[in-house]
Design a protein around this ligand. Structure first.
Ligand SMILES: C[S@@+](CC[C@H](N)C(=O)[O-])C[C@H]1O[C@@H](n2cnc3c(N)ncnc32)[C@H](O)[C@@H]1O
Length: 232
């Protein structure tokens, strides 16, 4: 098959995510996000010690390492070799040898073993332009069992185009000053300019078309979406 039309996901991964120096300070910059709500959301859908959970765009493994204490099989997937190395180092330090790592992207990850019970992905899908999001969501649906759960968090725009400037202005006004301790106004501006956050009213039909029912959607600041979806 001619696959010359497939993008190189490393090129779209965000250059900072490939930089071991940035990766070393990544959790601090992000404010050490707490994955407990996401784990609780999956357990509320019946997932437990027998469950297989795949984390796509796993970063430094904050979700995957915590999830490995609750679920049977956890596969942490990231396109960045530096992120994968970081997960492996932290898993070894925590004695969590059960966390499997795979260096791959949304568009290339090949799931092995029984279909997954859940996919988690946080703040990573926006790396892909919309066409490629639909391909990624279709691939996620294919690796889940029917009734499997997608827990998706991302920067998703929940406002009409006419309010974009106003929402972005407010977002940037609350940004961090120190890039080591948080996302700065320049980081947010770069995100808007160069990454592919999409509108809620475009993302939700994509989820539907990929075969998901949205059973929960929570938004903060018109910018941060958290979805629980069930594969039909
Ligand atoms: C903002 S970070 C979020 C990391 C982690 N999910 C978290 O919430 O801490 C985005 C992650 O997505 C990864 N990434 C970027 N493009 C990707 C792709 N096409 N497939 C898989 N992972 C990707 C990056 O390497 C990075 O680790």
């Amino acid at each position: 098959m001619n696959t010359s039309w497939m993008p190189d996901e490393l090129v779209h991964a965000g250059p900072e995510h490939l930089d071991p120096g940035f990766v070393a300070g990544f959790d601090r910059k992000q404010g050490y996000p707490d994955p407990s709500d996401d784990i609780a959301e999956l357990t509320a859908h019946g997932l437990g010690k027998d469950a297989t959970v795949v984390d796509l765009g796993a970063g430094t493994g904050r979700f995957a390492l915590a999830a490995a204490r609750t679920f049977g099989r956890v596969v942490a997937v990231d396109v960045s070799p530096a992120m994968v190395a970081s997960i492996e180092e932290r898993a070894a330090e925590a004695g969590l040898a059960r966390v499997e790592t795979v260096q791959a992207g949304f568009l290339t990850y090949g799931h092995t073993g029984p279909p997954a019970d859940a996919v988690h992905t946080r703040h990573a899908l926006h790396q892909l332009p919309d066409f490629w999001k639909t391909v990624a969501l279709h691939r996620i649906a294919e690796l889940l069992r029917p009734g499997g759960v997608l827990r998706l968090r991302d920067l998703v725009y929940d406002f009409p185009p006419s309010r974009a400037a106003e929402v972005f202005e407010e977002w940037m006004s609350g940004a961090a000053d120190d890039p080591a301790l948080g996302y700065t106004a320049a980081d947010y501006a770069e995100h808007i300019r160069t990454e592919h956050s999409t509108y809620r009213w475009l993302l939700e039909p994509m989820l539907d078309r990929a075969g998901f029912d949205i059973v929960r959607a929570d938004f903060a600041s018109g910018l941060y979406g958290a979805y629980t979806c069930v594969r039909r």
